[in-house]
Design a protein around this ligand. Structure first.
Ligand code: GDP
Ligand code: GDP
Length: 413
């Protein structure tokens, strides 16, 4: 994964202007939902040959009951949690404020590396005396920048880069899709992998994997770049001749728990005596046996004859993309509003669950945080209902999703 740099600070210090300067093009604000001024905005850029993701947070107003401002604060908090480095942006025109001090406290508690920048230092030459106040934050030497003119942005990025992990660590995670073929003994895992590798003429290499007993097979074809990971140790898969066994359920559960995009492959299809209904019946059996994984597409293949093995690549590519889906907060919240209109959230002893809003915080698998008044009221059945609403609207086929529930004080909402 690329390093993530989050720009954090009070509203109006110039975060979005700095973001635009660093990204090098004007990005318009994608969100325009009433009550939600601004979602976190992501951009990709590079400096000195290192590429990274830059996040423009809406801004932190530490003490506020205002709905929009507390939404922005939550968003900033999420960005902080995911950041590699934080640019703490302040404003020389307002000088050091009590809110800056509080934001600094929040940032320090996150334990993330912080680069302090003082913005609106538009004139070069002797710094504005107010600049020196910012030493009082105890965050080291402030870097003077002007988001408008671009002064100081190079020094700022140099300071961020020193906290990036060594580049080698990133290269290992290139953009090839990693595929693990798992299943029970004799289900045909090696036959499948051999069939695939044998037929792909563009095998690049067999590289020793990171673990001692695994050999990863890397290759490319017109569907993409793939690494088949040899998973010695976990050996379970489905076999059409046996149906879904308890072992299958257990190992599929591991993939599900790990949040991996999955395809259910039913092998040895050539051995099955079929009539027109066999595939539907088998599909139903698989769905019943693996009820927690209804999102996973099912493919019937024969590793021996090669039947439908080529379809596998399209599916791998597809579920991998689905697992990387990003949905804007605006879209999520219209689904959320609709879902709550159709099925009222649960209540207990006269207290009803209030869901304020939902936002996506991660991919692979898609991870959503839902802010509510009381997480105890957020029963599993309502979570599952929301998950279904999300899937009905956005697909998310082949990937599990994660819902995290966060509780907030009622008055903040
Ligand atoms: P944000 O709320 O932190 O994202 O702040 P904005 O980027 O929206 O900027 C707030 C205001 O400060 C706008 O009026 C900007 O034009 C102004 N501003 C931002 N950066 C600079 C700067 O470097 N110099 C000056 N003079 N004004 C700036
Ligand atoms: P693994 O333990 O999951 O790696 O399974 P293997 O690939 O070693 O296969 C186990 C046995 O099933 C071998 O005898 C294979 O020839 C056979 N086999 C694998 N796939 C198929 C298939 O699609 N059709 C048939 N008829 N036999 C298969």
């Amino acid at each position: 994964m690329k390093p993530i740099v989050a720009i954090v600070g009070r509203p109006n210090v110039g975060k979005s202007m700095l973001f635009n300067k660093l990204i090098g093009k004007r990005l318009s604000i994608v969100e325009d939902t009433p009550g939600v001024t601004r979602d976190r905005i992501y951009g990709e850029t590079d400096w000195n040959g290192r590429s990274f993701t830059l996040i423009d947070t809406g801004g932190i107003e530490p003490r506020t009951d205002d709905q929009i401002l507390s939404f922005m604060r939550d968003q900033a908090q999420i960005a902080i949690e995911n950041a590699t480095v934080i640019i703490f942006l302040t404003d020389v025109r307002t000088g050091l404020t009590a809110s800056d001090q509080e934001v600094a406290g929040m940032l320090l508690r996150s334990g993330k590396p912080i680069v302090l920048a003082v913005n609106k230092m538009d004139s070069t030459g002797a710094p504005d005396p107010d600049f020196y106040e910012f030493y009082n934050l105890g965050l080291g030497d402030p870097i003077a920048v002007s988001a408008v003119h671009g002064h100081g942005t190079g020094d700022l990025l140099d300071a961020c880069l020193q906290y990036f992990p060594p580049e080698e660590e990133e290269e290992e995670e290139d953009d090839a899709i990693k595929v693990a073929v798992i299943g029970k003994p004799n289900a045909g895992k090696s036959s499948l992998v051999n069939k695939i590798l044998g037929e792909e003429r563009v095998i690049v290499s067999n590289v020793a994997g990171t673990t001692r007993d695994a050999i990863d097979s890397y290759f490319e074809n017109d569907k993409g770049r793939f690494v088949f990971i040899d998973t010695a140790g976990i050996r379970r898969k489905f076999d059409a001749t046996e149906g879904v066994t308890e072992q299958d359920t257990k190992v599929a559960g591991l993939a599900h728990e790990a949040g991996k995009a999955s395809i259910i492959v039913v092998n040895k299809w050539d051995l099955i005596e079929k009539d027109g209904k066999t595939m539907d019946k088998m599909r139903e059996e698989v769905r019943n046996g693996l009820a927690f994984m209804t999102y996973a597409p099912i493919l019937f293949i024969s590793a021996k004859t090669g039947q439908r093995v080529d379809r596998l690549f399209e599916l791998i590519d597809y579920v991998s993309n689905q697992a990387s889906t990003r949905i804007t907060t605006g879209m999520l919240n219209s689904v959320l509003a609709d879902a709550q209109t159709r099925v009222q959230p649960p209540s207990d002893k006269g207290r009803r669950l209030k869901i304020y809003y939902m936002t996506q915080v991660g991919i692979r698998p898609p991870h959503f945080v839902v802010f509510c008044n009381d997480s105890r009221l957020f029963h599993f059945s309502y979570q599952r209902y929301l998950e279904n609403c999300l899937r009905n609207t956005f697909g998310l086929e082949g990937t599990p999703i994660t819902l995290s529930i966060r509780q907030r004080g009622e008055k903040e909402g």
